[in-house]
Design a protein around this ligand. Structure first.
Ligand code: KG4
Ligand code: ZN
Length: 357
């Protein structure tokens, strides 16, 4: 692969990669060796700061990153027993994400790269979520279908290699994790909503309410969750203009709504994975992102894999939600000479075609 910044320099022996992640509301740093072993991984979450708003407040997130970034990097070095001089390159998530949040990580990364005179590597946060599957497997897993199901994205890719991704489909409105968070808010549950819905759904009947499975029978590999979210809202609070009052939101009704919603989302996610596997003919499926921590989803993915006789690799639970260990993807860039210049900038929006800078 060629790039304007490509330098075919072999990473020096005995040096380590420091990865930094601050794309949303987690401040994280990790030290990773050449065999992709994670020597330390530190994640400082900000959930308590955003909880009362029911979602991430960008300005609060960037301020919190500013306070935490240096202690988090320090702690990652301390836990791995490394000094700054042991580092050979700095990888940092530069896209996509919240602009203010990304800038904090990038500024820290650039400063270290400049002071230590070592390469800077630009990490695509979504591709890193899929690379978490490479970490779980402990070996090369490409080519494959890659699926990122997070708070910000529901993206299906044909992953030709760790650094060549073709987007097959994405959401036309809300991401799957975002739908979990918004439905949790409707049901009066805490933020982030995914884990709360998962727990409460265990006490509910997934067949109690039939929610729409948008695009499930459509040939395109895109998603839409906003109709489903509105359907839950109307089921919980009543349809505007309708005479019938909604059933009271008892704990059992909340559990039934949560279970029925979760079943609908997972049916859609599994259906689209199946279509993507058929379309690409790939026989490996990689799944990462926060929603991949969901037990029912993991179970249904395993059923799909046995049915289609394909290899399934799901990121380890601790590497499903945002973390810096998945920035081990930086090794792939470094080994290919895909380093970035010090005037590197963040790209908050989703980059459809890979751009190494
Ligand atoms: O990957 P992630 O940490 O952040 C983004 O890059 O967006 O994903 C966070 C999302 C949140 O929407 C959260 O509700 C969802 O992942 N999530 C879950 C579960 N754990 C986290 N959704 C469903 N079930 C879970 N167990
Ligand atoms: Zn993420």
């Amino acid at each position: 692969m060629t790039s304007p910044f490509s330098q075919s320099i072999e990473p020096p022996a005995g040096k380590f990669l420091l990865a930094i992640e601050s794309s949303c509301d987690e401040t994280a740093a990790a030290v990773i060796d050449r065999d992709r072993r994670v020597l330390s991984s530190v994640v400082a979450t900000q959930h308590e700061l955003h909880e009362r708003f029911g979602g991430v407040v960008p300005e609060i997130a960037s301020r919190a990153h500013l306070e935490r970034i240096l202690p988090v990097i320090d702690e990652a070095l301390r836990r791995s027993n490394m000094r700054l001089t042991d580092l050979g390159a700095i990888a940092v998530a530069t896209h996509p994400g919240l602009v203010g949040s990304l800038l904090v990580g990038l500024t820290a990364a650039k400063t270290l790269a400049l002071v230590l005179d070592i390469p800077l590597l630009a990490i695509n946060h979504i591709e890193a979520h899929i690379y978490a599957c490479r970490m779980a497997a402990g070996r090369d897993v490409f080519p494959a279908v890659g699926f990122v199901v997070s708070g910000g994205h529901s993206n299906l890719y044909d992953c030709v290699s760790p650094v060549e991704f073709e987007l097959l489909g994405s959401t036309t409105d809300d991401a799957a994790g975002e739908a979990f968070d918004k439905v949790a808010q409707i049901l009066g549950l805490e933020y982030p909503g995914g884990p709360q819905i998962e727990v409460i759904a265990k006490k509910g009947d997934p067949k109690a309410i039939h929610f729409p499975r948008t695009f499930l029978n459509d040939a395109r590999l895109d998603f839409s969750f906003s109709g489903l979210k509105t359907a839950v809202l109307y089921a919980a609070r009543g349809t505007p203009g309708a005479r019938a009052q909604p059933l009271p939101l008892t704990p059992q009704r909340i559990a039934d709504l949560a279970a029925s919603f979760q079943a609908a989302v997972i049916d859609i996610l599994i259906g689209k994975c199946d279509q993507a596997l058929k379309r690409t003919g790939r026989n490996t499926l990689l799944v990462g992102g926060g929603v991949a921590a969901n037990t029912l989803f993991r179970h249904r993915l395993n059923e799909l894999a046995s049915h289609r006789k394909i290899e399934l690799i799901i990121a380890e639970r601790e590497h499903c939600t945002d973390n810096a260990a998945m920035g081990a993807l930086g090794w792939e860039l470094w080994e290919r000479g895909l380093t970035s210049p010090l005037d590197l900038d963040v790209k908050p929006g989703l980059v459809r075609n890979r751009n190494p800078a």
